[in-house]
Design a protein around this ligand. Structure first.
Ligand SMILES: [Zn+2]
Length: 539
């Protein structure tokens, strides 16, 4: 009896501990106030998060329709716990390894912990898990930096939100010092009559639509402002990111010949006002980026056997910047939830084998996905693959800018999407998204992770690659809607009912289609409106 009561106490204590751990992790892995800046402008994030963000319970629910009951077990709240747990790993890396450049990067303890989180769950569900170690030849990872400026009125400002852009040039120990020059959005006429040689060129850059593509970048193809400044001899480029508040931004694709950093709108507007008042401003930047070579990491594969050797392949990247809540904790959570959903079924109810592939270097060269003999590339037996899904950022809160303010809604953002295969497949995928409450927008890109098989993805991409990428902006309701729709798409491919599609039907007659974008706004738009098809600029 004594033993049992000790055991009971032990169980009670560990349950209490679990509850404490869970509540505290839920409390920690959310948005904080962010770096303190000298001045603030309008309502902004992350600093005003407490008054701007809705809780999960305040999002409208899109109820299941009759016939969709099979997807009730796909649970947004459970996936939200995964999102938070994965954020915790990144926060732990920030607090123990590098408080400036943090997230889950290949070869780090955080990489291994995030991957283990996935493989532990696959193992628990009874999937066969395999790990494939490989070496990433190099990676770009700054050790430390600081940015500050002095003004002719005697102020010295340390920039609390300065953040280097991945791949940019380090400064060496002496740093770079240069006079600031504001060139607006940095379009060609903004540079006329301005001598940027040797200057710290400041360019205001808007999200198009998010943390990666921004208006000053080459990627956006709008103004090519950053490249122009470099070409004309600037000493460094500072992008003031047009997002109200004190966020930090890592848009990737940094300038190679000179250093490039981003700063928040709060700090950028303070700078604007000083320059506008005629003050002379001198910038100093130190950016220490040691060489990093031979990074040891691993990609993984988890297999859930079906009744045939035809496959459904689900690909997920496990690396991410900052907390990485939407990019890509939300994708990882969705992947686990699909595994949970299908692992409970008898094998005969899964006509195709499900293969879950996780790779840790999406933002670091995608070696695991593309390099021959390392990972998954054209040499994989794609002829057996009925459908390839990429799980990337399936849920994000819709944000609005309102004059000088930024505020969150209690609604999901629409997703960029692509269904690559036959028109019939594309229409089926679109209709499943629609019927589960997932909105999409029209600029469809090509398939993610190669055009080897009929492919499908949706992707949200506003707050990713920023310090706003926290679980608060990954609504549980969005996770439910998206992942239920994905399962329904898989079932239209694998379940033997009227809607079942064969590999030939999924591919269509001329696979792979030359235009990698889908036809929804073409063929389907034509049918519904009777007008000519809409041609969108490829991106
Ligand atoms: Zn991603």
């Amino acid at each position: 009896m004594k033993k049992r009561s000790i055991l009971r106490r032990g169980v009670a204590a560990s349950i209490a501990l679990l509850i404490i751990l869970w509540t505290s992790s839920a409390a920690i892995a959310q948005m904080d106030r962010g770096p303190k800046t000298e001045k603030t402008f309008g309502i902004g994030l992350p600093r005003d998060h407490a008054s701007q963000l809705f809780a999960d319970k305040d999002y409208p629910v899109f109820p299941l329709k009759p016939g969709q009951e099979a997807y009730k077990d796909i649970d947004g709240a459970r996936m939200k716990k995964d999102v938070i747990a994965l954020s915790q790993i990144a926060l732990h890396y920030r607090d123990t390894v590098n408080k400036q450049w943090w997230g889950r990067f290949p070869g780090t303890d955080a990489d291994r912990a995030g991957m283990k989180y996935m493989t532990d769950e696959f193992t628990r569900l009874g999937l066969k898990v395999e790990s494939f170690p490989y070496i990433l030849a190099r990676d770009w990872r700054p050790q430390s930096w600081n940015a500050s400026y002095t003004t002719s009125k005697g102020n010295k400002i340390e920039l609390a939100t300065a953040f280097p852009v991945s791949g940019t040039k380090g400064t060496g120990p002496d740093g770079v010092t240069a006079e600031a020059l504001w060139v607006g959005i940095g379009a060609e006429p903004d540079f006329l009559g301005r001598d940027v040689k040797g200057k710290a060129v400041i360019i205001y850059s808007t999200f198009v639509p998010g943390g990666r593509s921004h208006s000053a970048s080459d990627r956006a193809g709008l103004f090519n402002a950053n490249a122009r400044a470099q070409e004309l001899g600037a000493a460094m480029v500072i992008n003031v990111m047009a997002v109200p508040g004190n966020g930090q931004f890592q848009p990737e694709g940094g300038l190679r010949n000179i250093p490039q950093i981003t700063i928040s709108q709060d700090e950028g507007f303070a700078l604007r006002d000083r320059l506008g008042a005629g003050e002379k401003v001198i910038f100093t930047l130190h950016l220490n980026v040691p060489e990093l070579a031979n990074v040891q990491t691993a990609w993984t594969m988890a297999t859930l056997p079906g009744a045939s050797d035809e496959q459904i392949v689900i690909m997920t990247h496990t690396d991410g910047y900052f907390q990485a809540a939407t990019d890509n904790n939300s994708g990882m959570a969705g992947t686990l939830e699909l595994a949970r959903h299908y692992a409970t079924m008898p094998q005969v109810q899964r006509p195709r084998t499900m293969v879950f592939i996780q790779f840790p270097d999406h933002h670091h060269g995608e070696v695991a996905r593309g390099r021959k003999d390392v990972g998954i590339d054209a040499t994989y037996n794609w002829s057996k693959v009925a459908l390839k899904l990429t799980m990337e950022h399936p849920s994000e809160t819709l944000l609005y800018m309102y004059n000088s303010n930024l505020t969150a809604t209690n609604q999901m953002s629409s997703s960029r999407w692509n269904a690559f295969g036959s028109a019939e497949f594309e229409r089926m995928a679109f209709e499943q998204l629609r019927d589960f409450g997932v909105s999409v927008y029209g600029v469809e890109d090509g398939p993610k992770n190669g055009n080897y098989a009929p492919s499908f993805h949706i992707i949200n991409h506003v707050v990713y690659h920023t310090s706003l990428d926290t679980p608060d902006l990954v609504p549980a309701e969005g996770m439910s809607r998206s992942v239920r729709a994905f399962a329904s798409i898989i079932d239209h491919v694998i379940i033997d009912h009227v809607n079942r599609m064969t590999i030939a039907q999924l591919r269509g007659p001329n696979f792979p289609p030359k235009d990698e974008r889908g036809t929804i706004l073409g063929a389907i738009g034509e049918q519904s409106s009777g007008s000519q098809s809409v041609t969108l600029a490829p991106k």
